[in-house]
Write a protein that binds this ligand. Structure first.
Ligand SMILES: Cc1cc2nc3c(=O)[nH]c(=O)nc-3n(C[C@H](O)[C@H](O)[C@H](O)COP(=O)(O)OP(=O)(O)OC[C@H]3O[C@@H](n4cnc5c(N)ncnc54)[C@H](O)[C@@H]3O)c2cc1C
Length: 517
Protein backbone atom coordinates (compact mmCIF):
# COMPACT_ATOMS: atom_id res chain seq x y z
CA UNK A 1 0.00 0.00 0.00
CA UNK A 2 1.30 3.44 -0.92
CA UNK A 3 1.53 5.95 1.92
CA UNK A 4 -1.37 8.38 1.84
CA UNK A 5 -1.43 12.13 2.63
CA UNK A 6 -3.96 14.92 2.38
CA UNK A 7 -1.73 16.91 0.05
CA UNK A 8 1.35 16.09 -2.00
CA UNK A 9 3.40 19.08 -3.17
CA UNK A 10 5.98 18.41 -5.89
CA UNK A 11 8.90 20.87 -5.71
CA UNK A 12 9.97 23.04 -2.76
CA UNK A 13 10.86 26.34 -4.49
CA UNK A 14 9.11 29.71 -4.58
CA UNK A 15 5.74 28.14 -5.42
CA UNK A 16 5.83 24.74 -3.66
CA UNK A 17 7.81 25.80 -0.58
CA UNK A 18 5.53 28.79 0.02
CA UNK A 19 2.42 26.64 -0.42
CA UNK A 20 3.72 24.07 2.08
CA UNK A 21 4.36 26.89 4.54
CA UNK A 22 0.85 28.28 4.28
CA UNK A 23 -0.84 24.85 4.48
CA UNK A 24 1.20 23.63 7.43
CA UNK A 25 -0.98 25.42 9.98
CA UNK A 26 -4.11 23.73 8.64
CA UNK A 27 -4.60 20.32 10.18
CA UNK A 28 -3.66 18.44 7.04
CA UNK A 29 -0.87 15.99 6.32
CA UNK A 30 1.57 17.26 3.72
CA UNK A 31 4.16 15.35 1.71
CA UNK A 32 6.73 17.63 0.06
CA UNK A 33 8.63 15.80 -2.69
CA UNK A 34 11.85 17.50 -3.74
CA UNK A 35 14.11 16.24 -6.48
CA UNK A 36 17.20 17.87 -5.01
CA UNK A 37 18.76 17.87 -1.57
CA UNK A 38 19.69 20.65 0.87
CA UNK A 39 22.26 22.95 -0.69
CA UNK A 40 25.44 22.39 1.32
CA UNK A 41 26.72 25.32 3.39
CA UNK A 42 30.36 25.43 2.39
CA UNK A 43 33.00 28.04 1.62
CA UNK A 44 32.36 27.59 -2.11
CA UNK A 45 28.93 29.24 -1.60
CA UNK A 46 30.76 32.55 -1.79
CA UNK A 47 33.53 31.73 -4.25
CA UNK A 48 32.93 33.41 -7.62
CA UNK A 49 35.09 30.83 -9.37
CA UNK A 50 33.13 27.89 -7.96
CA UNK A 51 29.75 29.54 -8.53
CA UNK A 52 30.15 31.29 -11.89
CA UNK A 53 33.09 29.67 -13.59
CA UNK A 54 32.63 26.04 -12.46
CA UNK A 55 28.81 26.26 -12.19
CA UNK A 56 28.95 24.28 -8.95
CA UNK A 57 25.25 24.68 -8.16
CA UNK A 58 23.87 24.24 -11.66
CA UNK A 59 22.18 20.87 -12.01
CA UNK A 60 23.73 18.47 -14.51
CA UNK A 61 20.62 18.20 -16.71
CA UNK A 62 20.89 18.02 -20.47
CA UNK A 63 18.14 19.66 -22.49
CA UNK A 64 17.95 20.04 -26.29
CA UNK A 65 17.15 23.09 -28.40
CA UNK A 66 14.89 23.12 -31.48
CA UNK A 67 17.76 21.87 -33.65
CA UNK A 68 18.48 18.98 -31.31
CA UNK A 69 21.64 20.58 -29.89
CA UNK A 70 22.33 19.55 -26.30
CA UNK A 71 22.83 22.25 -23.66
CA UNK A 72 23.03 22.46 -19.89
CA UNK A 73 20.12 24.58 -18.60
CA UNK A 74 20.68 26.89 -15.66
CA UNK A 75 18.39 25.03 -13.28
CA UNK A 76 18.93 24.44 -9.58
CA UNK A 77 17.59 21.33 -7.89
CA UNK A 78 17.72 22.02 -4.16
CA UNK A 79 15.33 22.41 -1.27
CA UNK A 80 14.21 25.99 -2.00
CA UNK A 81 14.61 25.54 -5.78
CA UNK A 82 15.94 28.43 -7.84
CA UNK A 83 15.50 30.80 -4.89
CA UNK A 84 18.66 29.30 -3.34
CA UNK A 85 20.58 31.16 -6.06
CA UNK A 86 18.25 34.05 -6.75
CA UNK A 87 18.98 37.74 -6.17
CA UNK A 88 15.91 38.15 -3.91
CA UNK A 89 14.74 41.25 -5.79
CA UNK A 90 11.09 40.80 -4.85
CA UNK A 91 9.03 43.01 -7.13
CA UNK A 92 5.27 43.14 -7.68
CA UNK A 93 4.04 43.16 -11.27
CA UNK A 94 2.58 46.51 -12.32
CA UNK A 95 -1.25 46.79 -12.49
CA UNK A 96 -0.96 47.18 -16.28
CA UNK A 97 0.77 43.77 -16.48
CA UNK A 98 -2.53 42.16 -15.46
CA UNK A 99 -4.32 43.75 -18.43
CA UNK A 100 -3.73 43.36 -22.13
CA UNK A 101 -0.61 45.27 -23.15
CA UNK A 102 0.38 45.77 -26.79
CA UNK A 103 4.09 45.30 -27.51
CA UNK A 104 6.16 45.74 -30.63
CA UNK A 105 6.08 41.98 -31.29
CA UNK A 106 2.46 41.33 -30.29
CA UNK A 107 0.06 41.31 -27.38
CA UNK A 108 0.89 40.55 -23.79
CA UNK A 109 -2.41 38.90 -22.83
CA UNK A 110 -4.59 39.91 -19.90
CA UNK A 111 -4.62 37.77 -16.76
CA UNK A 112 -7.97 36.31 -15.70
CA UNK A 113 -7.54 38.19 -12.40
CA UNK A 114 -6.65 41.83 -11.78
CA UNK A 115 -3.86 43.43 -9.76
CA UNK A 116 -6.42 44.13 -7.02
CA UNK A 117 -7.06 40.39 -6.69
CA UNK A 118 -3.35 39.80 -6.12
CA UNK A 119 -2.67 42.83 -3.91
CA UNK A 120 -3.51 41.18 -0.54
CA UNK A 121 -1.36 38.18 -1.45
CA UNK A 122 1.54 40.38 -2.54
CA UNK A 123 1.33 42.06 0.87
CA UNK A 124 1.28 38.70 2.65
CA UNK A 125 4.22 37.45 0.58
CA UNK A 126 6.22 40.62 1.32
CA UNK A 127 5.69 40.07 5.02
CA UNK A 128 6.44 36.35 4.91
CA UNK A 129 9.65 36.90 2.89
CA UNK A 130 10.61 39.92 5.03
CA UNK A 131 11.04 42.25 2.09
CA UNK A 132 12.84 45.56 2.67
CA UNK A 133 11.55 48.44 0.58
CA UNK A 134 9.60 51.66 0.51
CA UNK A 135 6.20 51.57 -1.15
CA UNK A 136 5.33 54.95 -2.63
CA UNK A 137 8.68 55.80 -4.22
CA UNK A 138 8.23 54.08 -7.58
CA UNK A 139 5.68 56.05 -9.65
CA UNK A 140 4.72 52.92 -11.65
CA UNK A 141 3.75 50.68 -8.73
CA UNK A 142 0.14 49.75 -8.02
CA UNK A 143 -1.70 50.50 -4.80
CA UNK A 144 -0.49 48.79 -1.65
CA UNK A 145 -2.50 48.08 1.46
CA UNK A 146 0.43 47.79 3.85
CA UNK A 147 3.96 49.16 3.90
CA UNK A 148 6.86 46.68 3.60
CA UNK A 149 7.71 45.00 6.91
CA UNK A 150 11.21 46.55 6.90
CA UNK A 151 12.57 49.87 5.70
CA UNK A 152 14.41 49.93 2.40
CA UNK A 153 18.05 48.87 2.48
CA UNK A 154 20.03 52.10 2.39
CA UNK A 155 22.25 52.87 -0.59
CA UNK A 156 26.00 52.69 -0.08
CA UNK A 157 27.79 55.95 -1.02
CA UNK A 158 28.40 55.24 -4.74
CA UNK A 159 24.81 54.09 -5.21
CA UNK A 160 23.48 57.08 -3.25
CA UNK A 161 25.47 59.29 -5.62
CA UNK A 162 23.95 57.46 -8.58
CA UNK A 163 20.44 57.93 -7.12
CA UNK A 164 21.13 61.65 -6.59
CA UNK A 165 22.55 62.04 -10.12
CA UNK A 166 19.54 60.26 -11.59
CA UNK A 167 17.11 62.44 -9.68
CA UNK A 168 19.01 65.56 -10.77
CA UNK A 169 18.65 64.31 -14.36
CA UNK A 170 14.84 64.08 -13.98
CA UNK A 171 14.61 60.30 -13.45
CA UNK A 172 12.73 58.53 -10.64
CA UNK A 173 15.02 55.99 -8.98
CA UNK A 174 13.58 54.05 -6.06
CA UNK A 175 14.86 51.72 -3.39
CA UNK A 176 14.56 48.22 -4.82
CA UNK A 177 12.57 45.63 -2.82
CA UNK A 178 15.11 43.22 -1.33
CA UNK A 179 14.41 39.92 0.44
CA UNK A 180 17.24 39.83 2.92
CA UNK A 181 17.33 39.30 6.69
CA UNK A 182 18.97 42.60 7.53
CA UNK A 183 18.11 44.99 10.31
CA UNK A 184 20.15 48.13 9.76
CA UNK A 185 18.71 49.82 12.85
CA UNK A 186 19.71 46.99 15.15
CA UNK A 187 22.90 45.35 13.92
CA UNK A 188 23.05 42.65 16.59
CA UNK A 189 19.73 41.20 15.44
CA UNK A 190 20.73 41.17 11.80
CA UNK A 191 21.85 37.94 10.13
CA UNK A 192 22.72 39.52 6.79
CA UNK A 193 26.23 40.88 6.71
CA UNK A 194 25.37 42.94 3.63
CA UNK A 195 28.01 41.31 1.51
CA UNK A 196 28.46 41.13 -2.21
CA UNK A 197 27.30 37.50 -2.48
CA UNK A 198 23.53 37.80 -2.70
CA UNK A 199 22.82 37.72 -6.41
CA UNK A 200 23.47 34.36 -8.03
CA UNK A 201 25.16 32.88 -4.94
CA UNK A 202 23.70 30.70 -2.18
CA UNK A 203 23.78 32.53 1.16
CA UNK A 204 26.27 30.81 3.46
CA UNK A 205 24.77 32.46 6.55
CA UNK A 206 21.14 31.80 5.53
CA UNK A 207 20.36 35.51 5.49
CA UNK A 208 18.69 35.57 2.11
CA UNK A 209 14.91 35.22 2.12
CA UNK A 210 14.85 32.11 -0.02
CA UNK A 211 12.14 29.45 0.03
CA UNK A 212 14.24 27.01 2.05
CA UNK A 213 15.15 29.49 4.81
CA UNK A 214 11.79 31.24 5.05
CA UNK A 215 9.24 28.61 4.05
CA UNK A 216 10.52 25.02 4.28
CA UNK A 217 13.13 24.90 7.06
CA UNK A 218 10.69 26.20 9.71
CA UNK A 219 8.41 23.21 8.92
CA UNK A 220 10.95 20.47 9.42
CA UNK A 221 9.85 19.58 12.95
CA UNK A 222 6.12 19.73 12.19
CA UNK A 223 4.50 16.30 12.67
CA UNK A 224 2.10 16.91 9.76
CA UNK A 225 4.82 17.79 7.25
CA UNK A 226 7.08 15.21 5.61
CA UNK A 227 9.88 16.34 3.30
CA UNK A 228 11.52 13.74 1.08
CA UNK A 229 14.65 14.85 -0.76
CA UNK A 230 16.30 13.17 -3.76
CA UNK A 231 12.71 12.35 -4.73
CA UNK A 232 12.04 13.02 -8.41
CA UNK A 233 8.43 12.71 -9.49
CA UNK A 234 8.30 10.88 -12.79
CA UNK A 235 4.61 10.36 -13.43
CA UNK A 236 1.12 11.16 -12.17
CA UNK A 237 -1.38 8.30 -12.52
CA UNK A 238 -5.14 8.85 -12.75
CA UNK A 239 -8.25 6.78 -12.12
CA UNK A 240 -10.05 5.16 -15.06
CA UNK A 241 -12.16 8.28 -15.67
CA UNK A 242 -9.02 10.39 -15.98
CA UNK A 243 -10.53 13.03 -13.67
CA UNK A 244 -8.56 12.34 -10.51
CA UNK A 245 -4.85 11.88 -9.85
CA UNK A 246 -4.64 8.74 -7.73
CA UNK A 247 -0.89 8.08 -7.51
CA UNK A 248 2.36 9.96 -7.69
CA UNK A 249 5.30 7.91 -8.97
CA UNK A 250 8.72 8.87 -7.65
CA UNK A 251 12.32 7.83 -8.13
CA UNK A 252 13.93 8.33 -4.74
CA UNK A 253 17.65 7.76 -4.42
CA UNK A 254 17.46 5.23 -7.26
CA UNK A 255 14.33 3.39 -6.03
CA UNK A 256 10.82 3.50 -7.48
CA UNK A 257 8.12 4.50 -4.97
CA UNK A 258 4.51 5.68 -5.13
CA UNK A 259 2.49 7.97 -2.87
CA UNK A 260 -1.19 8.87 -2.72
CA UNK A 261 -3.10 11.95 -1.66
CA UNK A 262 -6.43 13.73 -1.99
CA UNK A 263 -4.82 16.80 -3.56
CA UNK A 264 -1.72 16.89 -5.76
CA UNK A 265 0.12 20.16 -6.39
CA UNK A 266 2.79 20.34 -9.05
CA UNK A 267 5.44 23.04 -8.53
CA UNK A 268 8.54 21.70 -10.22
CA UNK A 269 9.38 24.88 -12.17
CA UNK A 270 7.88 25.84 -15.54
CA UNK A 271 9.84 23.40 -17.70
CA UNK A 272 9.79 20.45 -15.30
CA UNK A 273 6.09 20.78 -14.44
CA UNK A 274 5.33 20.62 -18.17
CA UNK A 275 7.67 17.63 -18.40
CA UNK A 276 5.84 15.74 -15.62
CA UNK A 277 2.44 16.43 -17.22
CA UNK A 278 3.59 15.44 -20.71
CA UNK A 279 5.17 12.24 -19.37
CA UNK A 280 1.93 11.38 -17.59
CA UNK A 281 -0.04 10.83 -20.83
CA UNK A 282 -2.54 7.97 -20.59
CA UNK A 283 -5.60 6.72 -22.48
CA UNK A 284 -7.78 9.50 -21.05
CA UNK A 285 -5.12 12.16 -21.62
CA UNK A 286 -3.30 11.02 -24.77
CA UNK A 287 -1.43 14.35 -25.26
CA UNK A 288 -0.30 14.58 -21.67
CA UNK A 289 -2.15 15.06 -18.41
CA UNK A 290 -4.46 18.10 -18.36
CA UNK A 291 -3.50 18.82 -21.96
CA UNK A 292 -6.77 18.66 -23.90
CA UNK A 293 -6.08 22.30 -24.86
CA UNK A 294 -2.61 21.41 -26.24
CA UNK A 295 -1.26 24.31 -24.13
CA UNK A 296 0.92 22.31 -21.71
CA UNK A 297 4.53 23.25 -22.41
CA UNK A 298 3.63 26.11 -24.75
CA UNK A 299 4.04 29.87 -24.16
CA UNK A 300 7.41 29.43 -22.44
CA UNK A 301 8.77 32.86 -21.44
CA UNK A 302 12.00 33.88 -19.76
CA UNK A 303 12.57 37.67 -20.12
CA UNK A 304 14.70 39.52 -22.61
CA UNK A 305 17.65 40.59 -20.45
CA UNK A 306 21.03 42.29 -20.68
CA UNK A 307 23.77 42.87 -18.14
CA UNK A 308 25.71 46.11 -18.58
CA UNK A 309 28.89 46.95 -16.72
CA UNK A 310 29.51 50.70 -16.64
CA UNK A 311 32.81 52.16 -15.54
CA UNK A 312 32.72 54.90 -13.01
CA UNK A 313 35.68 57.27 -12.79
CA UNK A 314 35.52 57.09 -9.03
CA UNK A 315 35.86 53.62 -7.52
CA UNK A 316 32.67 51.81 -6.65
CA UNK A 317 33.34 50.22 -3.28
CA UNK A 318 29.74 49.12 -2.86
CA UNK A 319 29.33 45.62 -1.50
CA UNK A 320 25.53 45.14 -1.58
CA UNK A 321 24.63 46.81 -4.86
CA UNK A 322 21.04 45.71 -5.43
CA UNK A 323 19.42 48.66 -3.65
CA UNK A 324 18.35 50.77 -6.65
CA UNK A 325 15.70 50.34 -9.34
CA UNK A 326 14.31 52.49 -12.15
CA UNK A 327 10.97 51.98 -13.91
CA UNK A 328 10.85 55.24 -15.87
CA UNK A 329 10.69 53.25 -19.13
CA UNK A 330 8.52 50.39 -17.92
CA UNK A 331 5.49 51.44 -19.95
CA UNK A 332 7.19 53.44 -22.70
CA UNK A 333 9.76 56.09 -23.54
CA UNK A 334 9.83 59.45 -25.26
CA UNK A 335 8.59 59.04 -28.84
CA UNK A 336 8.25 55.31 -28.33
CA UNK A 337 4.83 53.75 -27.87
CA UNK A 338 5.77 50.30 -26.63
CA UNK A 339 6.64 49.21 -23.09
CA UNK A 340 10.41 49.15 -22.67
CA UNK A 341 11.27 47.57 -19.33
CA UNK A 342 12.91 47.69 -15.93
CA UNK A 343 16.42 48.73 -14.94
CA UNK A 344 17.91 47.43 -11.71
CA UNK A 345 21.32 46.75 -10.25
CA UNK A 346 22.90 43.31 -9.99
CA UNK A 347 25.48 41.87 -7.66
CA UNK A 348 28.78 43.74 -7.73
CA UNK A 349 31.31 42.54 -10.32
CA UNK A 350 34.53 41.10 -9.07
CA UNK A 351 37.69 40.22 -10.94
CA UNK A 352 37.45 36.49 -10.44
CA UNK A 353 33.95 36.18 -11.89
CA UNK A 354 34.88 38.52 -14.75
CA UNK A 355 37.87 36.36 -15.56
CA UNK A 356 35.54 33.47 -16.29
CA UNK A 357 32.84 35.48 -17.98
CA UNK A 358 34.69 38.15 -19.91
CA UNK A 359 38.44 37.74 -20.14
CA UNK A 360 38.59 40.63 -22.65
CA UNK A 361 37.00 43.17 -20.35
CA UNK A 362 40.27 44.98 -19.72
CA UNK A 363 39.94 46.33 -23.28
CA UNK A 364 37.51 48.81 -21.76
CA UNK A 365 40.22 50.41 -19.70
CA UNK A 366 43.51 49.03 -21.07
CA UNK A 367 45.60 50.83 -18.47
CA UNK A 368 43.75 49.02 -15.69
CA UNK A 369 44.07 45.49 -14.43
CA UNK A 370 40.95 43.34 -14.29
CA UNK A 371 40.81 43.97 -10.54
CA UNK A 372 40.81 47.74 -11.16
CA UNK A 373 38.08 47.38 -13.84
CA UNK A 374 36.01 45.42 -11.34
CA UNK A 375 36.56 48.06 -8.65
CA UNK A 376 35.22 50.80 -10.91
CA UNK A 377 32.34 48.71 -12.26
CA UNK A 378 28.72 49.70 -11.67
CA UNK A 379 26.52 46.80 -12.75
CA UNK A 380 23.09 47.22 -14.33
CA UNK A 381 20.51 44.59 -15.25
CA UNK A 382 17.98 45.38 -17.98
CA UNK A 383 14.74 43.44 -18.29
CA UNK A 384 12.23 43.63 -21.12
CA UNK A 385 9.04 41.60 -21.26
CA UNK A 386 9.07 38.39 -23.28
CA UNK A 387 5.78 37.44 -24.96
CA UNK A 388 4.00 34.08 -24.71
CA UNK A 389 4.26 32.46 -28.12
CA UNK A 390 2.70 29.02 -28.63
CA UNK A 391 5.71 27.92 -30.68
CA UNK A 392 8.07 28.68 -27.77
CA UNK A 393 7.54 25.42 -26.01
CA UNK A 394 8.76 22.53 -23.92
CA UNK A 395 8.29 19.03 -25.31
CA UNK A 396 9.55 15.68 -24.03
CA UNK A 397 10.96 12.82 -26.11
CA UNK A 398 10.64 9.07 -25.56
CA UNK A 399 13.63 9.06 -23.19
CA UNK A 400 12.03 11.80 -21.07
CA UNK A 401 14.49 14.45 -22.30
CA UNK A 402 13.33 18.06 -22.29
CA UNK A 403 13.37 19.83 -25.66
CA UNK A 404 13.03 23.60 -25.61
CA UNK A 405 12.11 25.45 -28.81
CA UNK A 406 12.52 29.16 -28.23
CA UNK A 407 13.00 32.42 -30.14
CA UNK A 408 13.19 35.68 -28.23
CA UNK A 409 10.55 38.40 -28.57
CA UNK A 410 10.60 42.19 -28.21
CA UNK A 411 14.27 42.52 -29.20
CA UNK A 412 13.52 46.03 -30.46
CA UNK A 413 12.14 47.04 -27.03
CA UNK A 414 15.20 45.51 -25.36
CA UNK A 415 17.43 47.56 -27.68
CA UNK A 416 15.43 50.64 -26.78
CA UNK A 417 15.97 49.98 -23.08
CA UNK A 418 19.70 49.70 -23.68
CA UNK A 419 19.52 52.96 -25.65
CA UNK A 420 17.83 54.64 -22.65
CA UNK A 421 20.49 53.28 -20.30
CA UNK A 422 23.23 54.67 -22.58
CA UNK A 423 21.61 58.09 -22.34
CA UNK A 424 21.49 57.75 -18.56
CA UNK A 425 25.13 56.69 -18.41
CA UNK A 426 26.08 59.77 -20.41
CA UNK A 427 24.04 61.95 -18.07
CA UNK A 428 25.70 60.52 -14.95
CA UNK A 429 29.27 60.47 -16.25
CA UNK A 430 29.62 56.74 -16.92
CA UNK A 431 29.58 56.65 -20.72
CA UNK A 432 32.20 53.91 -20.84
CA UNK A 433 30.47 50.59 -20.49
CA UNK A 434 30.34 47.07 -21.70
CA UNK A 435 27.50 44.62 -22.36
CA UNK A 436 28.35 41.31 -20.77
CA UNK A 437 28.26 38.57 -23.39
CA UNK A 438 27.75 36.04 -20.67
CA UNK A 439 26.72 36.54 -17.11
CA UNK A 440 25.41 34.62 -14.22
CA UNK A 441 21.78 34.68 -15.31
CA UNK A 442 22.68 33.26 -18.70
CA UNK A 443 25.95 31.58 -17.99
CA UNK A 444 25.89 29.35 -21.02
CA UNK A 445 26.85 29.50 -24.66
CA UNK A 446 23.25 29.26 -25.84
CA UNK A 447 21.01 32.04 -24.49
CA UNK A 448 18.06 29.68 -23.91
CA UNK A 449 20.15 27.96 -21.24
CA UNK A 450 19.50 31.01 -19.06
CA UNK A 451 16.28 29.58 -17.70
CA UNK A 452 16.30 31.56 -14.43
CA UNK A 453 13.01 33.35 -15.15
CA UNK A 454 11.21 30.52 -16.95
CA UNK A 455 7.41 30.68 -16.86
CA UNK A 456 4.16 30.24 -18.78
CA UNK A 457 3.96 26.53 -19.68
CA UNK A 458 0.60 25.86 -17.91
CA UNK A 459 -1.12 29.20 -18.01
CA UNK A 460 -4.24 29.90 -16.01
CA UNK A 461 -7.43 31.28 -17.53
CA UNK A 462 -11.17 30.91 -17.73
CA UNK A 463 -11.34 29.11 -21.08
CA UNK A 464 -10.30 25.43 -21.02
CA UNK A 465 -9.65 25.64 -24.77
CA UNK A 466 -6.82 28.16 -24.33
CA UNK A 467 -5.53 27.55 -20.80
CA UNK A 468 -4.42 24.60 -18.67
CA UNK A 469 -5.49 25.85 -15.23
CA UNK A 470 -8.55 27.62 -13.90
CA UNK A 471 -8.29 30.76 -11.78
CA UNK A 472 -7.61 28.67 -8.64
CA UNK A 473 -4.69 27.10 -10.54
CA UNK A 474 -6.55 23.76 -10.64
CA UNK A 475 -6.23 21.85 -13.91
CA UNK A 476 -9.45 22.36 -15.90
CA UNK A 477 -9.59 18.65 -16.68
CA UNK A 478 -8.87 17.17 -13.25
CA UNK A 479 -10.60 17.41 -9.88
CA UNK A 480 -7.55 17.36 -7.63
CA UNK A 481 -4.50 18.55 -9.59
CA UNK A 482 -3.06 22.06 -9.08
CA UNK A 483 0.05 23.83 -10.42
CA UNK A 484 1.62 26.70 -8.42
CA UNK A 485 5.03 27.41 -9.90
CA UNK A 486 5.64 30.14 -12.50
CA UNK A 487 4.00 27.91 -15.15
CA UNK A 488 0.67 29.59 -14.40
CA UNK A 489 1.80 33.05 -15.69
CA UNK A 490 -0.19 34.11 -18.81
CA UNK A 491 2.41 36.88 -19.27
CA UNK A 492 5.60 37.72 -17.38
CA UNK A 493 5.83 41.53 -17.25
CA UNK A 494 9.30 43.03 -16.95
CA UNK A 495 10.08 42.51 -13.29
CA UNK A 496 11.50 39.46 -11.53
CA UNK A 497 8.89 36.70 -11.15
CA UNK A 498 9.62 35.31 -7.65
CA UNK A 499 7.27 37.42 -5.53
CA UNK A 500 4.36 36.77 -7.90
CA UNK A 501 4.93 33.00 -7.59
CA UNK A 502 5.02 33.32 -3.78
CA UNK A 503 1.92 35.53 -3.65
CA UNK A 504 0.03 33.16 -5.92
CA UNK A 505 1.01 30.15 -3.78
CA UNK A 506 -0.45 31.95 -0.75
CA UNK A 507 -3.61 32.68 -2.76
CA UNK A 508 -4.00 29.06 -3.88
CA UNK A 509 -3.18 27.94 -0.33
CA UNK A 510 -6.18 29.89 0.99
CA UNK A 511 -8.36 28.19 -1.62
CA UNK A 512 -7.03 24.74 -0.65
CA UNK A 513 -7.52 25.36 3.06
CA UNK A 514 -11.13 26.25 2.33
CA UNK A 515 -11.56 23.22 0.07
CA UNK A 516 -10.12 20.81 2.66
CA UNK A 517 -12.12 22.13 5.62
C1 LIG B 1 20.49 33.06 -10.57
C2 LIG B 1 19.04 33.41 -10.40
C3 LIG B 1 18.70 34.68 -9.96
C4 LIG B 1 17.35 35.01 -9.79
N1 LIG B 1 17.04 36.23 -9.25
C5 LIG B 1 15.75 36.52 -8.98
C6 LIG B 1 15.41 37.71 -8.27
O1 LIG B 1 16.26 38.49 -7.88
N2 LIG B 1 14.10 37.95 -8.04
C7 LIG B 1 13.10 37.08 -8.43
O2 LIG B 1 11.93 37.36 -8.19
N3 LIG B 1 13.40 35.96 -9.09
C8 LIG B 1 14.69 35.64 -9.35
N4 LIG B 1 15.00 34.45 -9.96
C9 LIG B 1 13.90 33.60 -10.40
C10 LIG B 1 13.21 32.87 -9.26
O3 LIG B 1 14.17 32.18 -8.48
C11 LIG B 1 12.21 31.89 -9.87
O4 LIG B 1 11.29 32.64 -10.65
C12 LIG B 1 11.44 31.12 -8.83
O5 LIG B 1 12.28 30.40 -7.96
C13 LIG B 1 10.51 30.15 -9.56
O6 LIG B 1 9.75 29.44 -8.61
P1 LIG B 1 9.15 28.03 -9.00
O7 LIG B 1 8.41 27.54 -7.82
O8 LIG B 1 8.46 28.16 -10.31
O9 LIG B 1 10.42 27.08 -9.32
P2 LIG B 1 11.68 26.73 -8.37
O10 LIG B 1 11.85 27.76 -7.31
O11 LIG B 1 12.84 26.47 -9.26
O12 LIG B 1 11.22 25.37 -7.71
C14 LIG B 1 11.06 24.18 -8.43
C15 LIG B 1 11.46 23.03 -7.54
O13 LIG B 1 11.00 21.80 -8.09
C16 LIG B 1 12.01 20.82 -7.96
N5 LIG B 1 11.75 19.81 -8.99
C17 LIG B 1 11.94 19.90 -10.32
N6 LIG B 1 11.51 18.79 -10.93
C18 LIG B 1 11.04 17.96 -9.97
C19 LIG B 1 10.48 16.66 -9.99
N7 LIG B 1 10.26 16.01 -11.14
N8 LIG B 1 10.16 16.08 -8.80
C20 LIG B 1 10.35 16.74 -7.61
N9 LIG B 1 10.89 17.99 -7.55
C21 LIG B 1 11.21 18.60 -8.73
C22 LIG B 1 13.29 21.59 -8.15
O14 LIG B 1 14.41 20.90 -7.62
C23 LIG B 1 12.97 22.87 -7.40
O15 LIG B 1 13.30 22.78 -6.04
C24 LIG B 1 16.33 34.08 -10.12
C25 LIG B 1 16.68 32.80 -10.55
C26 LIG B 1 18.02 32.46 -10.68
C27 LIG B 1 18.37 31.07 -11.13
Amino acid sequence: MAERYDVIIIGSGAGGGTLAHTLADAEVSILLLERGNFLPRETQNWEPGAVFVDGRYISPDTWYDADGRAFQPQVHYFVGGATKLYGAALYRLRPQDFGELPHVDGISPAWPLAYDDFEPWYTEAEWLYQVHGNHGEDPTEGHWSRQYPHPAVSHEPRLQQLADDLRAGGYHPFHAPCGILLDEADRPRSTCIRCTWCDGYPCLVHAKSDAETIAVRPLLDRPNVTLLVDAEVTKLQTDASGHTVTRVDVTRAGHEESYESDIVVLSAGAANSAKVLLRSANDQHPNGLANGSDQVGRNYMFHNCKAVVALSKEPNDTTYQKTLGLNDFYLGAEDYDWPVGNIQMIGKSNAEAMKGEEPNLTKLAPHWSLAEVARHAVDFWLTTEDLPKPENRVTVDGEANVHLAYASTNDEEADRLYHELKKILNDVGMAEHHVLRKNFYMAMDIPIAGSAHQSGTCRFGTDPATSVLDTDCKAHELDNLYVVDTSFFPSIGAVNPGLTAMANALRVGAHLRERMK
